[in-house]
Design a protein around this ligand. Structure first.
Ligand code: PBG
Length: 327
């Protein structure tokens, strides 16, 4: 036998020479939850994940950054009393997110701060856009009215010092609108990371529990994508690229590795993938039950996402995985 592939697997040294993909902390973006309270609170629907006070947030982000994680993305829990049909709180310059951005940039100038642009934490209806009831009593999510509010939200984040704004709402035309709004106000250096292919996914359940942001009525299927579709993801990515997105995202990640791979082939833009709350908890719960080795499975899941073509991964494991990779 002349050809023996196992020779390339014979020793750790040879395996490290021929390894095609390597995970590093520089691949990770850490999602961080925050609230107005002065204490850090464990999130009941997401064991192992914390909702931070402003002070706790700054400390946690600093620790992750020190481990080599370049970026964080912020998800606020907004008090019920501040939620309105038009989500006005989302562009309040003294709101929770702008204050958090300013505190993070002051404490960690080299940390990249990413913000989520969508109405759901602020909207009394729990949808990513403005809700209207039509003549037949059915809920409509108003696209163009929503995009105007998203622009105000993104500008508010840019004024506070966000490096990247990340629209996760899936309204049509929002990337072009955000780009124009940012440029018109002198924020041509603020990047747009677009959730281009965001599926209507049951894997987001624990996240909505963390923010109390589940839709009060109906679902998100008129704006988030149908899980049976792949070509449509490419269409969304092409539109976002043409509209001026700097980076595109696929979400969720693990059950959509084929989409990550196809998106990677169809654009030269950097591709992000979001390992969402349900993916994280499937691993965590199996590990807690003693059924799998949590560390090994988590790192393998992240490597799978990278191998599929992701340049960066949003993951609740960002900090822990960085510690594991250092060890
Ligand atoms: C909302 C948003 C969601 C997530 C990130 N941004 C939930 C949703 O669309 O309902 C989910 C993240 C996760 O599940 O970890 N704009």
């Amino acid at each position: 036998m002349h050809i023996r592939p196992r020779r390339n697997r014979r020793t750790p040294a040879i395996r490290s020479l021929v390894r095609e993909n390597v995970l590093t902390p520089a691949d990770f973006i850490l999602p961080l939850f925050l609230h107005e309270d002065a204490v850090n609170t464990p999130i009941a629907s997401m064991p192992g994940v914390t909702r931070w006070s402003l002070e706790g947030l700054v400390k946690e982000a600093g620790e992750a950054h020190a481990l080599g994680v370049p970026a964080v993305v912020l998800f606020p829990k907004i008090e019920e009393g501040l939620k309105t049909p038009l989500a006005e709180e989302c562009h309040n310059d003294d709101g929770l997110v702008p204050r958090a951005i300013r505190a993070l940039k002051a404490a960690h100038p080299t940390l990249c701060v990413i913000t989520d642009v969508a109405l759901d934490p602020y909207n009394s209806d729990g949808h990513d856009g403005v809700v209207q009831r039509d003549e037949r009593g059915e809920l409509q999510i108003l696209n163009d009215e929503t995009v105007e509010i998203l622009c105000q939200q993104a500008l508010c984040h840019a004024r506070a010092g966000a490096d990247i704004v990340s629209p996760s709402d899936m309204m049509d035309g929002r990337v072009a609108a955000l780009r124009s709004a940012l440029d018109a106000d002198g924020f041509d250096q603020v990047s747009i990371l677009s959730y281009s292919a965001k599926y209507a996914s049951a894997f987001y359940g624990p996240f909505r529990g963390a923010l109390d942001s589940a839709p009060k009525e109906g679902d998100k299927k008129t704006y988030q994508m149908d899980c049976g579709n792949a070509r449509e993801a490419i269409r969304e990515v092409m539109l976002d690229e043409a509209e001026g997105a700097d980076m595109v995202m696929v979400k969720p990640a693990g059950p959509y590795l084929d989409i990550i791979a196809r998106v990677r082939e169809s654009t030269t833009l950097p591709v992000a993938a979001y390992q969402v709350s349900g993916e994280y908890l499937m691993i965590e719960s199996a590990a807690a039950a003693g059924w799998v080795d949590g560390k090994a499975v988590a790192l393998e899941s992240l490597m799978g996402i990278k191998r599929a073509g992701a340049d960066m991964i949003l993951t609740y494991y960002a900090k822990r995985a960085s510690e594991w990779l250092k060890a």
